[in-house]
Design a protein around this ligand. Structure first.
Ligand SMILES: Nc1nc2c(c(=O)[nH]1)N=C([C@H](O)[C@@H](O)CO)CN2
Length: 118
């Protein structure tokens, strides 16, 4: 399987378990590995034969600006469904990171994998 990856994607969203986290959007960082439905683009050299990572980023940012979740797990699940159902990827690995949310902890986050690599 061929993959595209997106590392260090910053996006704003309302996210958090606590009331104070729902007052204003936070910046979270996304890392994605996306399995491609075919390797056609490697030989065709045509963007329409692959998943356009530019569109993935803009779609995710637009959706995250409208949605709100309590847990990073639920946000990661939402992102995975957009990539699988909206872009036809067979497999995706999604990491969502909060930056500087805990005292003396640089980064906290979750990673999920959805779909099949078969
Ligand atoms: N497994 C998780 N643990 C926690 C989460 C989360 O999303 N997943 N979130 C919080 C709070 O929102 C935190 O970011 C601020 O204290 C706590 N634990």
């Amino acid at each position: 399987m061929d993959y595209i990856y997106l590392h260090g994607v910053r996006a704003k969203t309302l996210i958090g378990w606590y009331d104070w986290e729902r007052l204003a959007p936070q910046v979270v960082e996304l890392d994605l590995e996306i399995g491609l439905p075919s390797s056609r683009a490697a030989t065709s050299d045509n963007l329409t034969d692959t998943i356009d990572y530019d569109k993935v980023v803009s779609t995710l940012r637009a959706s995250m600006a409208e949605q709100h979740f309590q847990l990073l797990e639920a946000l990661a699940e939402h992102i995975a469904h957009i990539v699988l159902d909206g872009f036809g990827a067979p497999w995706v690995k999604v990491s969502v990171t909060k930056l500087g949310i805990l005292h003396e902890v640089g980064r906290v986050g979750v990673t999920i994998e959805r779909g099949s690599r078969e």
